[in-house]
Design a protein around this ligand. Structure first.
Ligand code: PBG
Length: 328
Protein backbone atom coordinates (compact mmCIF):
# COMPACT_ATOMS: atom_id res chain seq x y z
CA UNK A 1 0.00 0.00 0.00
CA UNK A 2 1.18 3.49 -0.70
CA UNK A 3 1.79 5.01 2.72
CA UNK A 4 2.06 8.77 2.42
CA UNK A 5 2.53 9.15 6.16
CA UNK A 6 6.02 7.52 6.11
CA UNK A 7 7.56 10.82 5.05
CA UNK A 8 5.55 12.89 7.51
CA UNK A 9 6.93 11.15 10.58
CA UNK A 10 9.07 13.97 12.03
CA UNK A 11 9.99 17.61 11.50
CA UNK A 12 13.38 16.56 10.08
CA UNK A 13 11.94 14.16 7.53
CA UNK A 14 9.19 16.60 6.61
CA UNK A 15 11.74 19.31 5.97
CA UNK A 16 13.81 16.91 3.80
CA UNK A 17 10.91 16.37 1.43
CA UNK A 18 9.54 19.90 1.50
CA UNK A 19 9.03 21.08 -2.08
CA UNK A 20 8.80 24.86 -1.68
CA UNK A 21 10.31 27.48 0.59
CA UNK A 22 9.71 31.14 1.13
CA UNK A 23 13.03 32.93 1.08
CA UNK A 24 13.62 36.46 2.29
CA UNK A 25 15.56 37.11 -0.93
CA UNK A 26 12.30 36.83 -2.87
CA UNK A 27 10.29 39.36 -0.89
CA UNK A 28 9.51 42.91 -1.97
CA UNK A 29 8.20 45.38 0.61
CA UNK A 30 5.86 48.23 -0.45
CA UNK A 31 6.62 51.61 1.14
CA UNK A 32 4.45 54.75 1.10
CA UNK A 33 6.23 58.09 1.05
CA UNK A 34 4.41 61.36 1.63
CA UNK A 35 5.31 65.04 1.36
CA UNK A 36 5.75 66.85 4.67
CA UNK A 37 7.88 66.72 7.80
CA UNK A 38 8.11 64.31 10.67
CA UNK A 39 5.27 62.11 9.45
CA UNK A 40 4.88 58.46 10.30
CA UNK A 41 1.14 58.13 9.87
CA UNK A 42 -0.39 54.70 10.46
CA UNK A 43 -2.78 53.47 7.78
CA UNK A 44 -5.85 52.47 9.75
CA UNK A 45 -6.96 49.64 7.51
CA UNK A 46 -3.42 48.21 7.30
CA UNK A 47 -2.14 47.73 10.86
CA UNK A 48 1.65 47.96 10.95
CA UNK A 49 1.87 50.04 7.76
CA UNK A 50 2.59 53.79 7.79
CA UNK A 51 3.08 56.66 5.42
CA UNK A 52 6.53 58.18 5.88
CA UNK A 53 7.80 61.65 5.15
CA UNK A 54 11.32 61.68 3.74
CA UNK A 55 12.96 62.61 7.04
CA UNK A 56 11.36 59.58 8.74
CA UNK A 57 11.78 57.17 5.82
CA UNK A 58 15.18 55.86 6.99
CA UNK A 59 13.51 54.30 10.09
CA UNK A 60 11.53 52.02 7.84
CA UNK A 61 14.37 51.42 5.38
CA UNK A 62 16.65 50.37 8.24
CA UNK A 63 14.10 47.74 9.22
CA UNK A 64 14.00 46.53 5.61
CA UNK A 65 17.76 46.25 5.18
CA UNK A 66 18.13 44.89 8.72
CA UNK A 67 15.70 42.10 7.79
CA UNK A 68 17.73 41.45 4.62
CA UNK A 69 14.76 42.16 2.38
CA UNK A 70 16.34 43.01 -0.96
CA UNK A 71 13.78 45.38 -2.47
CA UNK A 72 11.22 48.08 -1.80
CA UNK A 73 8.36 49.16 -4.05
CA UNK A 74 7.79 52.89 -3.64
CA UNK A 75 4.42 54.65 -3.77
CA UNK A 76 4.18 58.42 -3.50
CA UNK A 77 1.58 60.71 -2.01
CA UNK A 78 2.06 64.29 -3.28
CA UNK A 79 1.22 67.53 -1.49
CA UNK A 80 -1.13 68.56 -4.30
CA UNK A 81 -3.13 66.65 -6.83
CA UNK A 82 -4.19 68.01 -10.20
CA UNK A 83 -6.13 66.99 -13.31
CA UNK A 84 -3.09 65.60 -15.11
CA UNK A 85 -1.25 64.05 -12.15
CA UNK A 86 1.79 66.23 -12.66
CA UNK A 87 3.30 65.12 -9.33
CA UNK A 88 3.88 61.71 -10.90
CA UNK A 89 6.26 62.96 -13.59
CA UNK A 90 7.72 66.06 -11.94
CA UNK A 91 11.49 65.55 -11.69
CA UNK A 92 11.24 67.02 -8.17
CA UNK A 93 8.16 65.05 -7.16
CA UNK A 94 7.99 62.96 -4.03
CA UNK A 95 9.25 59.76 -5.66
CA UNK A 96 12.37 61.19 -7.37
CA UNK A 97 13.18 62.94 -4.08
CA UNK A 98 12.77 59.69 -2.14
CA UNK A 99 14.91 57.77 -4.62
CA UNK A 100 17.68 60.37 -4.55
CA UNK A 101 17.65 60.28 -0.76
CA UNK A 102 17.92 56.49 -0.66
CA UNK A 103 20.63 56.39 -3.30
CA UNK A 104 22.68 59.05 -1.55
CA UNK A 105 23.10 56.82 1.51
CA UNK A 106 25.90 54.32 1.56
CA UNK A 107 23.96 51.94 3.84
CA UNK A 108 21.21 51.44 1.22
CA UNK A 109 23.60 50.78 -1.61
CA UNK A 110 22.38 47.23 -2.21
CA UNK A 111 18.70 47.96 -1.74
CA UNK A 112 16.77 47.45 -4.99
CA UNK A 113 14.51 50.46 -5.41
CA UNK A 114 11.45 49.78 -7.56
CA UNK A 115 9.28 52.76 -8.40
CA UNK A 116 5.58 52.23 -9.04
CA UNK A 117 4.51 54.18 -12.14
CA UNK A 118 0.91 55.37 -12.17
CA UNK A 119 -1.09 58.58 -12.08
CA UNK A 120 -3.85 57.68 -9.60
CA UNK A 121 -2.13 58.93 -6.45
CA UNK A 122 -1.45 62.24 -8.23
CA UNK A 123 -4.69 63.03 -10.07
CA UNK A 124 -7.52 65.02 -8.50
CA UNK A 125 -10.03 62.52 -9.98
CA UNK A 126 -8.06 59.50 -8.72
CA UNK A 127 -7.97 57.66 -12.05
CA UNK A 128 -4.81 56.05 -13.43
CA UNK A 129 -4.93 58.02 -16.68
CA UNK A 130 -6.04 61.36 -18.09
CA UNK A 131 -9.78 61.94 -18.06
CA UNK A 132 -11.92 63.76 -20.60
CA UNK A 133 -15.72 63.94 -20.35
CA UNK A 134 -15.72 61.05 -17.90
CA UNK A 135 -13.66 58.82 -20.20
CA UNK A 136 -10.18 57.56 -19.24
CA UNK A 137 -7.91 58.36 -22.16
CA UNK A 138 -5.36 55.78 -23.20
CA UNK A 139 -2.85 57.07 -25.73
CA UNK A 140 -2.78 60.59 -24.27
CA UNK A 141 -1.72 59.08 -20.93
CA UNK A 142 1.24 57.12 -22.31
CA UNK A 143 3.74 60.01 -22.65
CA UNK A 144 3.06 61.04 -19.04
CA UNK A 145 3.71 57.53 -17.76
CA UNK A 146 6.86 57.38 -19.87
CA UNK A 147 8.01 60.72 -18.47
CA UNK A 148 7.38 59.46 -14.92
CA UNK A 149 9.44 56.33 -15.58
CA UNK A 150 12.32 58.39 -17.03
CA UNK A 151 12.31 60.79 -14.08
CA UNK A 152 12.44 57.84 -11.62
CA UNK A 153 15.26 56.21 -13.56
CA UNK A 154 17.11 59.54 -13.68
CA UNK A 155 16.76 59.81 -9.90
CA UNK A 156 18.37 56.39 -9.57
CA UNK A 157 15.53 53.83 -9.48
CA UNK A 158 16.70 50.28 -10.16
CA UNK A 159 13.41 49.22 -11.78
CA UNK A 160 10.09 50.79 -12.75
CA UNK A 161 6.72 49.12 -12.24
CA UNK A 162 3.81 50.48 -14.30
CA UNK A 163 0.49 49.71 -12.57
CA UNK A 164 -1.89 51.89 -14.59
CA UNK A 165 -3.16 49.23 -17.06
CA UNK A 166 -3.25 51.53 -20.10
CA UNK A 167 -2.67 49.61 -23.33
CA UNK A 168 0.78 50.11 -24.77
CA UNK A 169 2.36 51.63 -21.64
CA UNK A 170 5.16 49.08 -21.43
CA UNK A 171 6.25 49.82 -24.99
CA UNK A 172 6.02 53.57 -24.42
CA UNK A 173 8.04 53.33 -21.21
CA UNK A 174 10.61 50.99 -22.78
CA UNK A 175 11.30 53.31 -25.68
CA UNK A 176 11.44 56.40 -23.45
CA UNK A 177 13.89 54.67 -21.10
CA UNK A 178 16.00 53.47 -24.01
CA UNK A 179 15.98 56.91 -25.62
CA UNK A 180 17.19 58.56 -22.43
CA UNK A 181 20.13 56.30 -21.67
CA UNK A 182 18.25 53.87 -19.40
CA UNK A 183 18.19 50.76 -21.58
CA UNK A 184 19.60 48.84 -18.61
CA UNK A 185 16.62 49.57 -16.34
CA UNK A 186 14.15 46.65 -16.14
CA UNK A 187 10.38 47.02 -16.30
CA UNK A 188 8.34 45.07 -13.78
CA UNK A 189 4.91 45.28 -15.35
CA UNK A 190 1.62 44.85 -13.55
CA UNK A 191 0.40 42.79 -16.48
CA UNK A 192 -2.43 40.75 -15.01
CA UNK A 193 -3.98 43.36 -12.77
CA UNK A 194 -7.60 42.78 -11.96
CA UNK A 195 -10.30 45.31 -11.00
CA UNK A 196 -10.38 44.07 -7.44
CA UNK A 197 -12.17 44.83 -4.18
CA UNK A 198 -8.96 43.78 -2.44
CA UNK A 199 -7.32 47.17 -3.22
CA UNK A 200 -9.60 48.99 -0.76
CA UNK A 201 -7.08 49.54 2.06
CA UNK A 202 -4.35 50.63 -0.39
CA UNK A 203 -6.56 53.43 -1.59
CA UNK A 204 -6.67 54.72 2.00
CA UNK A 205 -2.90 54.38 2.23
CA UNK A 206 -2.20 56.11 -1.09
CA UNK A 207 -5.22 58.46 -1.17
CA UNK A 208 -6.00 57.10 -4.62
CA UNK A 209 -9.65 56.06 -4.69
CA UNK A 210 -11.30 57.08 -7.97
CA UNK A 211 -13.48 60.16 -7.50
CA UNK A 212 -16.10 58.85 -9.90
CA UNK A 213 -16.86 55.47 -11.40
CA UNK A 214 -14.43 52.58 -11.07
CA UNK A 215 -11.37 51.12 -12.81
CA UNK A 216 -13.20 48.48 -14.83
CA UNK A 217 -12.46 50.05 -18.21
CA UNK A 218 -8.74 49.51 -17.71
CA UNK A 219 -8.20 46.86 -15.02
CA UNK A 220 -9.22 43.30 -15.83
CA UNK A 221 -12.45 41.47 -15.10
CA UNK A 222 -11.74 38.98 -12.28
CA UNK A 223 -13.51 36.29 -14.31
CA UNK A 224 -10.97 36.30 -17.14
CA UNK A 225 -7.96 33.99 -17.08
CA UNK A 226 -7.43 33.62 -20.83
CA UNK A 227 -7.43 37.37 -21.19
CA UNK A 228 -4.76 37.62 -18.47
CA UNK A 229 -2.46 35.53 -20.66
CA UNK A 230 -3.05 37.95 -23.55
CA UNK A 231 -2.21 40.91 -21.31
CA UNK A 232 1.01 39.22 -20.20
CA UNK A 233 2.00 38.26 -23.75
CA UNK A 234 1.39 41.83 -24.93
CA UNK A 235 3.53 43.29 -22.13
CA UNK A 236 6.35 40.82 -22.82
CA UNK A 237 6.32 41.69 -26.51
CA UNK A 238 6.56 45.37 -25.54
CA UNK A 239 9.59 44.66 -23.38
CA UNK A 240 8.48 43.73 -19.85
CA UNK A 241 11.22 41.91 -17.90
CA UNK A 242 9.15 40.75 -14.92
CA UNK A 243 5.38 40.39 -14.89
CA UNK A 244 3.07 40.84 -11.89
CA UNK A 245 -0.12 38.98 -11.12
CA UNK A 246 -2.35 40.95 -8.79
CA UNK A 247 -4.10 40.28 -6.44
CA UNK A 248 -2.45 36.98 -5.51
CA UNK A 249 -4.54 34.67 -3.36
CA UNK A 250 -7.68 34.40 -5.46
CA UNK A 251 -5.50 34.41 -8.61
CA UNK A 252 -3.08 31.54 -7.98
CA UNK A 253 -4.16 29.95 -11.27
CA UNK A 254 -2.92 33.05 -13.11
CA UNK A 255 0.46 32.78 -11.37
CA UNK A 256 0.66 29.07 -12.20
CA UNK A 257 -0.23 29.43 -15.84
CA UNK A 258 1.94 32.49 -16.43
CA UNK A 259 5.01 30.90 -14.87
CA UNK A 260 4.52 27.68 -16.84
CA UNK A 261 3.75 29.41 -20.11
CA UNK A 262 6.15 32.33 -20.41
CA UNK A 263 9.34 31.36 -18.60
CA UNK A 264 9.87 34.86 -17.20
CA UNK A 265 9.95 35.84 -13.53
CA UNK A 266 6.44 36.18 -12.13
CA UNK A 267 5.85 38.41 -9.12
CA UNK A 268 2.77 37.75 -7.01
CA UNK A 269 1.35 40.90 -5.41
CA UNK A 270 -0.22 39.94 -2.09
CA UNK A 271 -2.31 43.11 -1.93
CA UNK A 272 -3.60 45.40 0.81
CA UNK A 273 -6.99 43.71 1.27
CA UNK A 274 -5.38 40.30 1.57
CA UNK A 275 -3.10 41.76 4.24
CA UNK A 276 -5.97 43.51 6.05
CA UNK A 277 -8.05 40.32 6.24
CA UNK A 278 -5.26 38.40 7.94
CA UNK A 279 -4.40 41.25 10.30
CA UNK A 280 -8.05 41.73 11.31
CA UNK A 281 -8.63 38.03 11.94
CA UNK A 282 -5.35 37.72 13.86
CA UNK A 283 -6.17 40.76 16.00
CA UNK A 284 -9.41 39.04 16.98
CA UNK A 285 -7.60 35.85 17.86
CA UNK A 286 -9.36 34.03 15.01
CA UNK A 287 -6.23 33.12 13.06
CA UNK A 288 -2.62 32.47 14.03
CA UNK A 289 -0.91 35.30 12.14
CA UNK A 290 2.49 33.70 11.63
CA UNK A 291 1.17 30.33 10.48
CA UNK A 292 -1.44 31.94 8.24
CA UNK A 293 0.99 34.33 6.58
CA UNK A 294 3.64 31.67 5.97
CA UNK A 295 1.00 29.34 4.52
CA UNK A 296 -0.20 32.07 2.15
CA UNK A 297 3.32 32.94 1.02
CA UNK A 298 4.26 29.27 0.60
CA UNK A 299 1.11 28.74 -1.43
CA UNK A 300 2.09 31.57 -3.76
CA UNK A 301 5.54 30.01 -4.21
CA UNK A 302 3.93 26.64 -4.95
CA UNK A 303 1.70 28.34 -7.52
CA UNK A 304 4.85 29.45 -9.33
CA UNK A 305 5.71 32.93 -8.04
CA UNK A 306 9.39 33.85 -8.35
CA UNK A 307 8.96 36.73 -5.94
CA UNK A 308 6.25 38.07 -3.67
CA UNK A 309 5.35 41.70 -3.08
CA UNK A 310 3.82 41.75 0.39
CA UNK A 311 3.08 44.05 3.33
CA UNK A 312 3.91 41.03 5.52
CA UNK A 313 7.53 41.08 4.31
CA UNK A 314 9.09 42.49 7.49
CA UNK A 315 7.26 39.98 9.69
CA UNK A 316 7.84 37.10 7.29
CA UNK A 317 11.57 37.83 7.12
CA UNK A 318 11.73 37.75 10.91
CA UNK A 319 9.83 34.45 11.08
CA UNK A 320 11.97 32.87 8.37
CA UNK A 321 15.09 33.90 10.27
CA UNK A 322 13.71 32.51 13.56
CA UNK A 323 12.90 29.17 11.92
CA UNK A 324 16.35 28.94 10.40
CA UNK A 325 18.01 29.69 13.72
CA UNK A 326 15.89 27.04 15.41
CA UNK A 327 17.16 24.46 12.98
CA UNK A 328 20.85 25.27 13.43
C1 PBG B 1 -2.24 52.09 -8.37
C2 PBG B 1 -2.06 50.85 -7.58
C3 PBG B 1 -3.02 50.18 -6.80
C4 PBG B 1 -2.33 49.16 -6.16
C5 PBG B 1 -1.01 49.21 -6.59
N1 PBG B 1 -0.87 50.24 -7.49
C6 PBG B 1 -4.43 50.49 -6.54
C7 PBG B 1 -5.42 50.46 -7.61
O1 PBG B 1 -5.19 50.03 -8.72
O2 PBG B 1 -6.50 50.95 -7.30
C8 PBG B 1 -2.95 48.21 -5.17
C9 PBG B 1 -2.03 47.64 -4.17
C10 PBG B 1 -2.68 47.03 -3.00
O3 PBG B 1 -3.91 46.93 -2.88
O4 PBG B 1 -1.91 46.60 -2.14
N2 PBG B 1 -2.51 51.94 -9.67
Amino acid sequence: MERMRRLRVSPAVRSMVREHHVRTEELVYPVFVIEGQNICRPVESMPGICQYSLDRLPEELNRVTGARIPAVLLFGIPAHKDETGSGAYDADGIIPKAIRLIKSEERYQNLVVIADVCLCEYTSHGHCGLVKDGVILNDETLPLLAQAAVSYAAAGADMVAPSDMMDGRVGAIRSALDGNGFSHIPIMAYSAKFASAFYGPFRDAAHSAPGFGDRKTYQMDPANGREAMREIRADLLEGADIIIAKPAMAYADIIREASARFGVPVAAYNVSGEYAMVKAAAANGWLDEKKTVMEILTGLKRAGASMIITYHALDAAKWIWEEERKNL
